[in-house]
Design a protein around this ligand. Structure first.
Ligand SMILES: *[C@@H]1O[C@H](CO)[C@@H](O)[C@H](O)[C@H]1NC(C)=O
Ligand SMILES: *[C@@H]1O[C@H](CO)[C@@H](O)[C@H](O)[C@H]1NC(C)=O
Length: 424
Protein backbone atom coordinates (compact mmCIF):
# COMPACT_ATOMS: atom_id res chain seq x y z
CA UNK A 1 0.00 0.00 0.00
CA UNK A 2 2.66 2.44 -1.03
CA UNK A 3 2.50 5.70 -2.86
CA UNK A 4 1.70 3.96 -6.08
CA UNK A 5 -1.42 2.36 -4.56
CA UNK A 6 -2.57 5.74 -3.27
CA UNK A 7 -1.98 7.34 -6.65
CA UNK A 8 -4.01 4.65 -8.38
CA UNK A 9 -6.92 5.11 -5.98
CA UNK A 10 -6.70 8.87 -5.78
CA UNK A 11 -10.12 9.47 -7.29
CA UNK A 12 -11.86 7.06 -4.91
CA UNK A 13 -9.96 8.54 -1.97
CA UNK A 14 -10.98 12.05 -2.95
CA UNK A 15 -14.58 10.94 -3.34
CA UNK A 16 -14.51 9.27 0.08
CA UNK A 17 -13.16 12.42 1.71
CA UNK A 18 -15.82 14.46 -0.02
CA UNK A 19 -18.62 12.16 1.17
CA UNK A 20 -17.35 12.27 4.77
CA UNK A 21 -17.10 16.04 4.60
CA UNK A 22 -20.65 16.36 3.29
CA UNK A 23 -21.96 14.06 5.99
CA UNK A 24 -20.22 16.06 8.70
CA UNK A 25 -21.54 19.35 7.33
CA UNK A 26 -25.05 17.92 7.27
CA UNK A 27 -24.74 16.73 10.86
CA UNK A 28 -23.35 20.06 12.03
CA UNK A 29 -26.17 22.00 10.35
CA UNK A 30 -28.79 19.79 11.94
CA UNK A 31 -27.34 20.13 15.38
CA UNK A 32 -27.13 23.90 14.92
CA UNK A 33 -30.79 23.98 13.90
CA UNK A 34 -31.68 21.95 16.96
CA UNK A 35 -29.80 24.34 19.15
CA UNK A 36 -31.53 27.25 17.63
CA UNK A 37 -35.07 25.95 18.04
CA UNK A 38 -34.02 24.85 21.49
CA UNK A 39 -32.90 28.39 22.22
CA UNK A 40 -36.13 29.86 20.91
CA UNK A 41 -38.65 27.57 22.47
CA UNK A 42 -38.01 27.18 26.13
CA UNK A 43 -38.55 30.66 27.48
CA UNK A 44 -41.41 29.38 29.59
CA UNK A 45 -39.45 26.29 30.58
CA UNK A 46 -36.45 28.34 31.45
CA UNK A 47 -38.52 30.77 33.46
CA UNK A 48 -40.08 27.91 35.38
CA UNK A 49 -36.71 26.37 35.98
CA UNK A 50 -35.46 29.68 37.25
CA UNK A 51 -38.45 30.15 39.48
CA UNK A 52 -38.00 26.67 40.89
CA UNK A 53 -34.33 27.31 41.43
CA UNK A 54 -35.07 30.59 43.17
CA UNK A 55 -37.71 29.08 45.37
CA UNK A 56 -35.54 26.20 46.51
CA UNK A 57 -32.23 27.99 46.88
CA UNK A 58 -32.71 31.73 47.25
CA UNK A 59 -29.31 32.01 48.92
CA UNK A 60 -27.45 28.71 48.72
CA UNK A 61 -25.66 27.92 51.95
CA UNK A 62 -23.23 25.49 50.41
CA UNK A 63 -21.81 25.80 46.94
CA UNK A 64 -23.14 22.98 44.76
CA UNK A 65 -20.84 20.14 43.75
CA UNK A 66 -18.49 21.06 40.98
CA UNK A 67 -19.67 18.53 38.44
CA UNK A 68 -19.80 20.19 35.04
CA UNK A 69 -23.54 19.63 34.61
CA UNK A 70 -24.47 20.88 38.06
CA UNK A 71 -22.41 23.97 37.41
CA UNK A 72 -23.93 24.61 34.00
CA UNK A 73 -27.48 24.14 35.24
CA UNK A 74 -27.00 26.30 38.25
CA UNK A 75 -25.51 29.06 36.22
CA UNK A 76 -28.21 29.01 33.65
CA UNK A 77 -30.68 29.28 36.51
CA UNK A 78 -29.84 32.88 37.33
CA UNK A 79 -32.46 35.49 36.47
CA UNK A 80 -31.98 38.39 34.04
CA UNK A 81 -30.03 41.29 35.52
CA UNK A 82 -30.11 45.07 35.23
CA UNK A 83 -27.03 46.73 36.64
CA UNK A 84 -27.40 50.49 36.95
CA UNK A 85 -23.84 51.62 36.37
CA UNK A 86 -23.39 54.81 38.36
CA UNK A 87 -20.50 57.14 37.49
CA UNK A 88 -17.12 56.90 39.24
CA UNK A 89 -18.23 54.45 41.92
CA UNK A 90 -16.44 51.29 40.76
CA UNK A 91 -19.17 50.37 38.29
CA UNK A 92 -16.75 49.35 35.52
CA UNK A 93 -15.47 46.59 37.77
CA UNK A 94 -18.95 45.18 38.38
CA UNK A 95 -19.87 45.60 34.73
CA UNK A 96 -16.81 43.53 33.77
CA UNK A 97 -17.96 40.71 36.05
CA UNK A 98 -21.37 40.76 34.35
CA UNK A 99 -19.84 40.99 30.87
CA UNK A 100 -17.82 37.85 31.57
CA UNK A 101 -20.83 36.07 33.01
CA UNK A 102 -23.02 37.01 30.07
CA UNK A 103 -20.42 36.09 27.49
CA UNK A 104 -19.82 32.68 29.00
CA UNK A 105 -23.53 31.94 29.03
CA UNK A 106 -24.23 33.49 25.63
CA UNK A 107 -26.69 35.85 27.28
CA UNK A 108 -28.49 38.39 25.17
CA UNK A 109 -27.42 41.90 26.14
CA UNK A 110 -29.69 44.91 25.96
CA UNK A 111 -27.20 47.23 24.27
CA UNK A 112 -27.58 50.91 23.45
CA UNK A 113 -28.59 51.61 19.85
CA UNK A 114 -25.54 53.85 19.57
CA UNK A 115 -22.21 53.80 21.37
CA UNK A 116 -21.85 52.22 24.79
CA UNK A 117 -24.28 54.43 26.70
CA UNK A 118 -28.07 54.76 26.57
CA UNK A 119 -28.14 58.32 25.26
CA UNK A 120 -26.74 59.59 28.53
CA UNK A 121 -27.61 61.98 30.22
CA UNK A 122 -31.19 61.68 28.91
CA UNK A 123 -33.53 59.59 30.98
CA UNK A 124 -33.60 55.98 29.75
CA UNK A 125 -36.19 55.21 27.06
CA UNK A 126 -37.13 51.96 25.35
CA UNK A 127 -36.18 53.55 22.02
CA UNK A 128 -32.53 53.79 23.11
CA UNK A 129 -32.17 49.98 23.09
CA UNK A 130 -30.96 48.08 20.06
CA UNK A 131 -33.21 45.36 18.62
CA UNK A 132 -33.55 41.87 20.04
CA UNK A 133 -31.11 39.80 17.99
CA UNK A 134 -32.44 37.01 15.80
CA UNK A 135 -32.86 33.79 17.78
CA UNK A 136 -33.27 35.51 21.17
CA UNK A 137 -36.58 35.64 22.95
CA UNK A 138 -35.60 38.12 25.67
CA UNK A 139 -32.81 40.32 26.98
CA UNK A 140 -30.84 38.76 29.82
CA UNK A 141 -28.48 41.53 30.82
CA UNK A 142 -28.48 45.32 30.77
CA UNK A 143 -25.45 47.01 32.23
CA UNK A 144 -24.49 50.01 30.08
CA UNK A 145 -24.51 53.58 31.39
CA UNK A 146 -27.92 55.21 31.66
CA UNK A 147 -29.95 57.61 33.69
CA UNK A 148 -32.55 55.33 35.24
CA UNK A 149 -36.22 55.42 34.37
CA UNK A 150 -37.66 52.35 36.08
CA UNK A 151 -40.93 51.96 34.14
CA UNK A 152 -39.07 52.27 30.83
CA UNK A 153 -36.38 49.75 31.82
CA UNK A 154 -39.09 47.34 32.95
CA UNK A 155 -40.62 47.48 29.48
CA UNK A 156 -37.38 46.19 28.01
CA UNK A 157 -36.51 43.47 30.52
CA UNK A 158 -38.38 40.30 31.57
CA UNK A 159 -40.56 40.39 34.66
CA UNK A 160 -38.25 38.37 36.86
CA UNK A 161 -35.29 40.72 36.34
CA UNK A 162 -33.01 41.38 39.28
CA UNK A 163 -32.01 45.04 39.74
CA UNK A 164 -28.65 45.92 41.20
CA UNK A 165 -26.50 49.02 41.50
CA UNK A 166 -23.45 50.31 43.30
CA UNK A 167 -23.03 53.43 45.46
CA UNK A 168 -19.89 54.96 46.89
CA UNK A 169 -19.02 57.46 49.58
CA UNK A 170 -20.49 60.66 48.04
CA UNK A 171 -17.41 62.73 48.82
CA UNK A 172 -15.09 60.37 46.97
CA UNK A 173 -17.61 60.00 44.17
CA UNK A 174 -17.90 63.74 43.63
CA UNK A 175 -14.14 64.27 43.74
CA UNK A 176 -13.76 61.60 41.06
CA UNK A 177 -16.65 62.82 38.91
CA UNK A 178 -15.24 66.35 39.08
CA UNK A 179 -11.78 65.27 37.98
CA UNK A 180 -12.91 62.75 35.35
CA UNK A 181 -15.75 64.68 33.69
CA UNK A 182 -14.07 68.05 33.39
CA UNK A 183 -14.64 68.47 29.68
CA UNK A 184 -18.11 66.86 29.44
CA UNK A 185 -19.91 68.66 32.26
CA UNK A 186 -20.21 72.40 31.43
CA UNK A 187 -20.33 73.52 35.09
CA UNK A 188 -17.03 71.75 35.79
CA UNK A 189 -15.49 73.02 32.60
CA UNK A 190 -16.13 76.67 33.41
CA UNK A 191 -14.86 76.17 36.97
CA UNK A 192 -11.64 74.70 35.60
CA UNK A 193 -11.24 77.63 33.23
CA UNK A 194 -11.80 80.14 35.99
CA UNK A 195 -9.41 78.29 38.29
CA UNK A 196 -6.71 78.20 35.62
CA UNK A 197 -6.88 81.95 35.16
CA UNK A 198 -6.78 82.51 38.94
CA UNK A 199 -4.10 79.86 39.47
CA UNK A 200 -6.18 78.08 42.11
CA UNK A 201 -7.29 74.45 42.55
CA UNK A 202 -10.40 73.90 40.40
CA UNK A 203 -12.42 71.96 42.94
CA UNK A 204 -11.96 74.72 45.52
CA UNK A 205 -12.98 77.40 43.03
CA UNK A 206 -16.08 75.42 42.10
CA UNK A 207 -17.13 74.72 45.68
CA UNK A 208 -16.59 78.31 46.85
CA UNK A 209 -19.46 79.42 44.62
CA UNK A 210 -20.96 76.47 42.73
CA UNK A 211 -24.07 78.43 41.71
CA UNK A 212 -22.00 80.76 39.54
CA UNK A 213 -20.90 77.81 37.38
CA UNK A 214 -23.96 75.59 37.61
CA UNK A 215 -26.90 76.20 35.30
CA UNK A 216 -29.58 73.70 36.42
CA UNK A 217 -31.35 73.97 33.05
CA UNK A 218 -28.29 72.82 31.12
CA UNK A 219 -28.91 69.08 30.49
CA UNK A 220 -25.17 68.32 30.47
CA UNK A 221 -24.94 69.40 34.11
CA UNK A 222 -26.62 66.30 35.49
CA UNK A 223 -23.44 65.02 37.09
CA UNK A 224 -22.52 68.42 38.53
CA UNK A 225 -24.67 67.99 41.63
CA UNK A 226 -25.63 64.76 43.43
CA UNK A 227 -24.36 62.59 40.57
CA UNK A 228 -25.52 59.29 42.07
CA UNK A 229 -29.05 60.60 42.65
CA UNK A 230 -29.02 61.82 39.07
CA UNK A 231 -28.05 58.39 37.71
CA UNK A 232 -30.73 56.74 39.81
CA UNK A 233 -33.29 59.01 38.16
CA UNK A 234 -34.06 61.03 41.30
CA UNK A 235 -34.49 64.76 41.38
CA UNK A 236 -30.83 65.68 41.94
CA UNK A 237 -31.29 69.45 42.16
CA UNK A 238 -33.13 69.89 45.42
CA UNK A 239 -35.07 67.96 48.02
CA UNK A 240 -38.84 68.16 47.80
CA UNK A 241 -41.85 66.26 49.13
CA UNK A 242 -41.57 63.55 46.44
CA UNK A 243 -38.03 62.59 47.30
CA UNK A 244 -38.67 60.13 50.17
CA UNK A 245 -41.36 58.43 48.13
CA UNK A 246 -39.06 58.09 45.11
CA UNK A 247 -36.36 56.68 47.35
CA UNK A 248 -38.79 54.12 48.77
CA UNK A 249 -39.65 53.06 45.20
CA UNK A 250 -35.97 52.51 44.49
CA UNK A 251 -35.54 50.46 47.64
CA UNK A 252 -38.43 48.28 46.55
CA UNK A 253 -37.11 47.91 43.00
CA UNK A 254 -33.48 47.10 43.76
CA UNK A 255 -32.67 43.62 45.00
CA UNK A 256 -29.18 44.71 45.95
CA UNK A 257 -27.48 48.08 46.27
CA UNK A 258 -23.80 47.35 46.61
CA UNK A 259 -21.54 49.66 48.60
CA UNK A 260 -18.10 50.40 47.21
CA UNK A 261 -16.60 50.75 50.69
CA UNK A 262 -17.65 47.12 51.35
CA UNK A 263 -16.94 45.85 47.88
CA UNK A 264 -16.05 42.22 48.65
CA UNK A 265 -18.99 41.84 50.99
CA UNK A 266 -21.18 43.33 48.25
CA UNK A 267 -19.88 40.78 45.77
CA UNK A 268 -20.61 37.92 48.16
CA UNK A 269 -24.22 39.11 48.36
CA UNK A 270 -24.31 39.48 44.57
CA UNK A 271 -22.94 35.97 44.19
CA UNK A 272 -25.62 34.63 46.52
CA UNK A 273 -28.33 36.47 44.61
CA UNK A 274 -27.22 35.12 41.23
CA UNK A 275 -25.73 31.78 42.29
CA UNK A 276 -22.16 32.64 41.30
CA UNK A 277 -18.91 31.17 42.52
CA UNK A 278 -15.86 32.98 43.75
CA UNK A 279 -14.06 32.42 40.48
CA UNK A 280 -16.91 34.22 38.68
CA UNK A 281 -16.57 37.13 41.08
CA UNK A 282 -12.81 37.59 40.85
CA UNK A 283 -12.02 41.09 39.68
CA UNK A 284 -9.43 43.73 38.99
CA UNK A 285 -10.22 47.34 39.81
CA UNK A 286 -10.93 48.84 36.40
CA UNK A 287 -10.95 52.41 35.12
CA UNK A 288 -8.94 53.56 38.12
CA UNK A 289 -7.03 56.84 38.02
CA UNK A 290 -3.29 57.13 38.41
CA UNK A 291 -2.33 58.35 41.88
CA UNK A 292 -1.52 61.85 40.64
CA UNK A 293 -5.04 62.19 39.18
CA UNK A 294 -6.68 61.93 42.60
CA UNK A 295 -7.16 65.11 44.67
CA UNK A 296 -6.58 64.93 48.43
CA UNK A 297 -9.37 66.77 50.24
CA UNK A 298 -9.00 68.62 53.52
CA UNK A 299 -11.84 68.75 56.04
CA UNK A 300 -12.99 72.16 54.85
CA UNK A 301 -13.42 70.97 51.25
CA UNK A 302 -15.00 67.72 52.39
CA UNK A 303 -17.67 69.66 54.27
CA UNK A 304 -18.40 71.73 51.17
CA UNK A 305 -18.61 68.65 48.95
CA UNK A 306 -20.97 67.08 51.45
CA UNK A 307 -23.30 70.04 51.61
CA UNK A 308 -23.31 70.55 47.81
CA UNK A 309 -24.20 66.87 47.41
CA UNK A 310 -26.55 66.56 50.35
CA UNK A 311 -29.01 64.39 48.42
CA UNK A 312 -26.27 61.93 47.51
CA UNK A 313 -25.37 61.82 51.19
CA UNK A 314 -28.98 61.00 52.06
CA UNK A 315 -29.12 58.40 49.30
CA UNK A 316 -25.86 56.78 50.35
CA UNK A 317 -26.62 56.73 54.07
CA UNK A 318 -30.01 55.23 53.37
CA UNK A 319 -28.66 52.39 51.23
CA UNK A 320 -25.76 51.69 53.58
CA UNK A 321 -28.40 50.97 56.18
CA UNK A 322 -30.32 48.76 53.75
CA UNK A 323 -27.06 46.99 52.93
CA UNK A 324 -26.37 46.08 56.56
CA UNK A 325 -29.94 44.84 56.94
CA UNK A 326 -29.36 42.50 53.99
CA UNK A 327 -26.01 41.52 55.45
CA UNK A 328 -27.65 40.69 58.77
CA UNK A 329 -30.23 38.53 57.00
CA UNK A 330 -27.41 36.70 55.28
CA UNK A 331 -25.49 36.32 58.52
CA UNK A 332 -22.70 38.73 59.39
CA UNK A 333 -20.19 36.07 60.41
CA UNK A 334 -20.83 34.08 57.29
CA UNK A 335 -20.55 37.20 55.15
CA UNK A 336 -17.24 38.14 56.74
CA UNK A 337 -15.84 34.65 56.29
CA UNK A 338 -16.93 34.43 52.65
CA UNK A 339 -15.60 37.89 51.86
CA UNK A 340 -12.24 36.79 53.23
CA UNK A 341 -12.35 33.65 51.07
CA UNK A 342 -13.28 35.73 48.04
CA UNK A 343 -10.35 38.08 48.70
CA UNK A 344 -7.99 35.10 48.88
CA UNK A 345 -9.20 33.44 45.71
CA UNK A 346 -9.22 36.78 43.89
CA UNK A 347 -5.67 37.44 45.03
CA UNK A 348 -4.58 34.07 43.64
CA UNK A 349 -6.23 34.79 40.32
CA UNK A 350 -4.61 38.22 40.18
CA UNK A 351 -1.21 36.71 40.83
CA UNK A 352 -1.82 34.24 38.04
CA UNK A 353 -3.06 36.83 35.54
CA UNK A 354 -1.31 40.13 36.13
CA UNK A 355 2.34 40.76 35.48
CA UNK A 356 2.10 44.50 36.17
CA UNK A 357 -0.63 46.70 37.69
CA UNK A 358 -1.21 50.49 37.51
CA UNK A 359 0.47 50.58 34.10
CA UNK A 360 0.46 54.03 32.43
CA UNK A 361 -1.57 54.13 29.18
CA UNK A 362 1.44 54.76 26.93
CA UNK A 363 2.90 51.39 27.95
CA UNK A 364 -0.26 49.39 27.27
CA UNK A 365 -1.22 47.66 24.04
CA UNK A 366 -4.36 49.05 22.36
CA UNK A 367 -6.56 46.16 23.48
CA UNK A 368 -5.87 46.79 27.16
CA UNK A 369 -5.61 50.59 27.16
CA UNK A 370 -8.51 52.26 28.98
CA UNK A 371 -10.08 55.37 27.51
CA UNK A 372 -8.35 58.53 28.75
CA UNK A 373 -9.86 61.93 29.35
CA UNK A 374 -8.10 65.28 29.05
CA UNK A 375 -8.04 65.79 32.79
CA UNK A 376 -7.04 62.40 34.21
CA UNK A 377 -4.76 59.45 33.53
CA UNK A 378 -6.45 56.07 33.69
CA UNK A 379 -4.11 53.16 34.34
CA UNK A 380 -4.42 49.52 33.27
CA UNK A 381 -2.87 46.06 33.58
CA UNK A 382 -0.38 43.94 31.76
CA UNK A 383 -1.27 40.26 31.32
CA UNK A 384 1.30 37.56 32.07
CA UNK A 385 2.99 36.18 28.98
CA UNK A 386 3.34 32.56 30.03
CA UNK A 387 -0.33 31.56 30.32
CA UNK A 388 -2.13 28.73 28.58
CA UNK A 389 -4.51 29.84 25.83
CA UNK A 390 -7.51 29.23 28.06
CA UNK A 391 -6.07 31.14 31.00
CA UNK A 392 -5.11 33.94 28.69
CA UNK A 393 -8.73 34.23 27.52
CA UNK A 394 -9.90 34.40 31.11
CA UNK A 395 -7.23 36.83 32.29
CA UNK A 396 -7.50 39.24 29.38
CA UNK A 397 -11.26 39.50 29.83
CA UNK A 398 -10.79 40.38 33.47
CA UNK A 399 -8.64 43.40 32.53
CA UNK A 400 -10.44 44.38 29.33
CA UNK A 401 -11.54 48.04 29.51
CA UNK A 402 -15.23 48.84 29.12
CA UNK A 403 -15.15 50.14 25.54
CA UNK A 404 -13.16 47.23 24.17
CA UNK A 405 -15.31 44.63 25.94
CA UNK A 406 -18.51 46.41 24.93
CA UNK A 407 -17.50 46.46 21.25
CA UNK A 408 -16.43 42.83 21.41
CA UNK A 409 -19.75 41.69 22.85
CA UNK A 410 -21.75 43.91 20.54
CA UNK A 411 -20.00 42.44 17.53
CA UNK A 412 -20.53 38.91 18.84
CA UNK A 413 -24.24 39.54 19.29
CA UNK A 414 -25.03 41.38 16.06
CA UNK A 415 -22.18 40.53 13.70
CA UNK A 416 -21.57 44.23 13.07
CA UNK A 417 -19.71 47.05 14.74
CA UNK A 418 -21.21 49.27 17.42
CA UNK A 419 -22.74 52.44 15.92
CA UNK A 420 -20.92 55.68 16.54
CA UNK A 421 -22.51 58.70 18.21
CA UNK A 422 -24.44 60.88 15.74
CA UNK A 423 -22.49 63.85 14.46
CA UNK A 424 -23.77 67.09 16.04
C1 LIG B 1 -40.58 67.35 43.23
O1 LIG B 1 -39.77 67.54 42.06
C2 LIG B 1 -40.09 66.70 40.99
C3 LIG B 1 -39.07 66.90 39.88
O2 LIG B 1 -38.80 68.22 39.65
C4 LIG B 1 -41.53 66.96 40.54
O3 LIG B 1 -41.87 66.11 39.46
C5 LIG B 1 -42.47 66.74 41.71
O4 LIG B 1 -43.78 67.05 41.33
C6 LIG B 1 -42.05 67.55 42.91
N1 LIG B 1 -42.87 67.13 44.04
C7 LIG B 1 -43.39 68.00 44.94
C8 LIG B 1 -44.20 67.39 46.03
O5 LIG B 1 -43.21 69.19 44.87
C1 LIG C 1 4.59 32.33 34.85
O1 LIG C 1 5.61 33.14 35.37
C2 LIG C 1 5.46 33.51 36.73
C3 LIG C 1 6.53 34.52 37.11
O2 LIG C 1 7.71 34.32 36.45
C4 LIG C 1 5.48 32.24 37.59
O3 LIG C 1 5.34 32.58 38.96
C5 LIG C 1 4.36 31.33 37.15
O4 LIG C 1 4.39 30.12 37.88
C6 LIG C 1 4.44 31.03 35.65
N1 LIG C 1 3.21 30.33 35.25
C7 LIG C 1 3.21 29.32 34.40
C8 LIG C 1 1.88 28.73 34.08
O5 LIG C 1 4.22 28.87 33.92
Amino acid sequence: MGLRWLWRHRVSALLAVLVIFLLLTLLATRSLQNNRTHGLRPTADRRNQRKAAEKHTPIPHQPAKHTPTARAERQRAHPPVVFLKTHRTGGSTVQNILFRLGERESSTFAFPYRTYQFNYPDRFRVAFVDELPEGSSQFDLLCSHMRLDLPQVRKVMPQNTVFITLLRDPIKTFESVFRYHTSTVPAFFSAHRAAASEGKPALKVFLDSPETFWDPKEPGNGLAKNPMSFDMGLNNQKWNGSWPEDLALLEEAFHLVMIAEHFDESLVLLGALLGLEHEDLAYLRLNARAGNSVTELDENIRAKVRSWNVLDTLLYDFFVQVFWEKAAQYGLERLKAEAAQLRDSTENIRRKCVSRAAVPPAELEDLLRPRQTESVTIVGYEVRGNLSLQDQGFCVRMMLPELQYHSHLYFKQYGRDMRAAPAD
